[in-house]
Design a binder for this molecule. Sequence first.
Ligand code: SF4
Ligand code: SF4
Length: 96
Amino acid sequence: MKACPVDAIVVNLATGAKDVLEDRCVGCKVCTIACPFGTIEFNPESGKVDKCDLCDGDPQCVTACPTAAITYIDADSTGIDRMRHWAAKTLVEATQ
Ligand code: SF4
Ligand code: SF4
């Protein structure tokens, strides 16, 4: 969201997801480089990027998973700080 030069990624106030505004995205792929988790993909068909939008607050991956391996819970209870730490470390190592 911070890397996008045209402010095409915005916070969805209802779900908290960072949504890509398709009509604003110019397909420059800067966000795909900036994301330390590698979760933004360039879509060659649309010429834009795709990322998780939390399915408007009803994540279909959670519903579909047959072993309940995916849960949709408050990020503060998931060890998000630890994830951020490792993401930052990975980013630093990748740029060295
Ligand atoms: S690909 Fe789209 S969303 Fe990503 S940085 Fe470029 S304009 Fe922004
Ligand atoms: S199915 Fe899951 S990963 Fe895919 S957009 Fe919906 S919430 Fe995100």
